[in-house]
Design a protein. Structure first.
Length: 79
């Protein structure tokens, strides 16, 4: 599951950077501590579905945009 957390973190960082939002701003807009946002992006924590929705709302995107694709998940399981 750590690989899944890492993949989520990569997608979160990519989406945040594409929107030109800093970790500080994302933390403020989502109500999640900045250091925790950093840990999420580094794949160090497994987050709740509630936090996925908080982050996607702050980034103004669908939660699906932040989740790894099914094929990516299957590839992670094959490792």
């Amino acid at each position: 599951m750590q690989d899944l957390a890492s993949e989520f973190g990569i997608k979160l960082r990519e989406t945040r950077e594409l929107r030109g939002i800093s970790q500080d701003d994302l933390a403020l807009q989502s109500g999640i501590d900045r250091s925790y946002v950093g840990r999420i992006e580094r794949g160090e924590v497994n987050i709740s579905l509630e936090k996925v929705y908080m982050l996607s709302s702050a980034l103004r995107c669908s939660p699906c945009k932040l989740l790894p694709h099914v094929m990516d998940i299957n590839a992670l399981g094959a490792r």
